[in-house]
Design a protein around this ligand. Sequence first.
Ligand SMILES: [Zn+2]
Ligand SMILES: [Zn+2]
Length: 386
Amino acid sequence: MSPPFPKISGKICLRLCVDNQSINIEQEIKRSQKNSTNSNQMKAMVLTGIRRIEMAEFPAPKIVESTDVLIKMKVVGVCGSDVHYYINGKIGSQVVLYPFPVGHEGAGEVMEVGSAVTRVKKGDRIAIEPAMPCGECDQCKADRPHTCRKLRFLGCPNQADGCLTEYIVMPEESCFPVSDILTYTEAAISEPLAIGLYAVNQSIPLEGATIGILGFGPIGMSVLLSAKAKGGNNFFVTDLVPERLQIAKECGVVYTGNPEKTNVVAEVKAIEPLLLDVVFECCGKQEAIDQAVELLKPGGKLMIIGIPEFDRWSFPVDQMRHKEICVQNVRRQNHSLEETLELLESGKVDAGKMPTHRFPFARTREAFDLVTAYKDGVMKAMIDFD
Ligand SMILES: [Zn+2]
Ligand SMILES: [Zn+2]
């Protein structure tokens, strides 16, 4: 383990190795606390290889720019994309250079602010927007900061270190104060929820529409919750995990089906012979795209949100043409975090069923393994820092 942490200045003082699965993590932490006498040090969870995540200690970040905000992390959600990096070491062309701290769905408390910061103050509870656009490129100027040419995104290789760390420094534009009504968990969950809301806002008017959601993980659920808040109430949901389908049922959907156990296309057609107005693909599976094209009515819209593990989709051209299917890709979200926080604060979105598992920071690896294996009916695993 020789290479230094990229983009983190200073020397790593201690590395805790939990390669050996049998090592007691609690013991390791106690030992590190004993060894760590310097309060300028902090702990971070870093990827160090395929299916390897370790706790390490290195210098805590400091405010450098006048617009910087120092945040103490409180809760971080484990995202499907974190798990992609954990098990594959990459997503498409974004390849992890080890060691690398992941995590981007975070909420925390403001500890200190730079001299020019006006948006937040010490003690504020905030949701963190993980995207840091440059503000100067053509995309930023065209109000598309999510496709910024020089985008830096938390926990994204070659862009920015993740927030599975005790402290983090972010520009003030990434800090969204939340009211006391919201928990830190809800503040952290606003990140995936905002992706669902953005996808919904990019789709079609949902009131009275027939809506398919293929893949009911946190993103599929975020689509459902946002679509309901926008007047949608006619949902057809598929997933392979029974507990997730149970959550969908509890959210009041018309139909749930497991495509490994039943012919979901035939079953949806039986209920809705005219087929669906819009389908949200939220699992990154070729079968889901095939089902979506069959399920969509002529003139229907296919929203692609899932991250596939392969490089190319295939589409049945004949059906696509005859039905004149419109396909829209969704890249994270654009300007949707504020509206998401409003929907949470007003109660129009209740994300209470999304976090199904919690782990203390020291046991992050267990959370990653749980999510990787879709074990125990996990929807979303949250990491707690206190
Ligand atoms: Zn995420
Ligand atoms: Zn830009």
